[in-house]
Design a protein around this ligand. Structure first.
Ligand code: ATP
Ligand code: ZN
Length: 283
């Protein structure tokens, strides 16, 4: 049995439960639940505040956890980063009141900076040789300048609308963060095997999302050019059409280059191009 901690409620909850459910794992997650045992996989899900997850992983109270990189780095706990999960994206930035000019990081010298992320901030200031006054606060960081508590803030930025609403603007992005899958340093072999099975499923889903299945018809004299455009997993599948001189070609294409490839295929003489999503993909 593998114990995994996820956020009980908040910005990571939906994506974390979806990640496990898309991996075929069935479990209950009603709001009052603190733990839940999967019915079809050796996994127990523990619902925690995100701030507690790094410590629980380090201490072996849970075997794995899903938490923002921002929280993981700030908590200074030891754990293995098993995977970057691509959701919960945000950044940690320094922001100033909009009437304070800013040219370079030197302008932060001697400022009072309010934050809940003092470890990450101090590391950044030290690396840039800046002497500033770090004020640790426990919340409502963006109010600190207007209350006269600080000259600047260091906080999470999603879209930037909270900064704007508080008359602040972003001057330095210190960390780009996303959700991480963490695991304890020394998992027993049986637990590591369950974690590997979970990862296998997560990757099959991710690969499927990042690729499309493509089918097209091509004149035989263009097959070589077209095959070069569609390397696929090993090489494209080529089947003869009932019409003399034509073939049908099947392959996969990466989502991020998909439109360019489609244009090139058309230019190379491909016809009747069909593109469909892939449900699971194992490389
Ligand atoms: P908890 O009650 O678990 O302590 P919280 O209030 O500390 O929750 P949330 O606001 O739910 O935390 O954010 C959880 C994580 O989601 C953040 O630590 C960060 O990694 C990520 N995140 C993604 N986008 C944003 C955003 N726009 N603002 C804040 N956090 C974000
Ligand atoms: Zn939190």
């Amino acid at each position: 049995m593998l114990k995994i901690a996820i956020q009980k409620s908040g910005r990571l909850f939906e994506d974390s439960t979806a990640l496990l459910r898309d991996a075929g794992i069935a479990f209950g997650s009603s709001p009052n639940r603190l733990r839940s045992q999967a019915s079809n996989f050796p996994l127990e899900i523990i619902f925690l505040r995100d701030d507690d997850i790094p410590e629980y992983v380090e201490g072996g109270v849970v075997d794995a956890g899903i938490v923002g990189e921002n929280v993981f780095l700030e908590k200074r706990k030891t754990a293995r980063v098993i995977d970057r999960l691509g959701f919960g994206q945000c950044r940690l930035s320094i922001a100033l009141p909009k009437n304070t000019p800013y040219r370079s990081v030197q302008d932060l010298n001697h400022l009072r900076i309010a934050t809940t992320y003092s470890h990450i901030l101090v590391d950044f200031l030290t690396a840039n040789n800046i002497q500033a006054d770090v004020h640790e606060v426990s919340g409502a960081v963006e109010l600190a300048p207007s209350l006269g508590l600080a000259d600047a803030i260091f906080d999470i930025v999603g879209t930037g609308s909270t900064l704007l609403a508080n008359g602040l603007y972003e001057v330095e992005t210190v960390l780009r963060s996303e959700a991480l899958l963490l695991a304890g340093p020394g998992l027993a072999q049986e637990k590591q095997e369950i974690l590997d099975r979970l990862l296998f499923r997560i990757h099959a889903n991710r690969n499927a999302k990042n690729h499309r299945y493509i089918l097209l018809n091509a004149p035989n004299d263009q097959l070589e050019t077209i095959s070069r455009l569609l390397p696929g997993m090993k090489s494209p599948t080529v089947l003869p059409l009932a019409i003399e001189g034509w073939s049908s070609l099947h392959s996969v294409v990466r989502e991020d280059v998909f439109w360019e490839v489609l244009e090139q295929l058309k230019a190379a003489g491909a016809q009747g191009i069909l593109v469909t999503p892939i449900e699971r993909m194992i490389l």
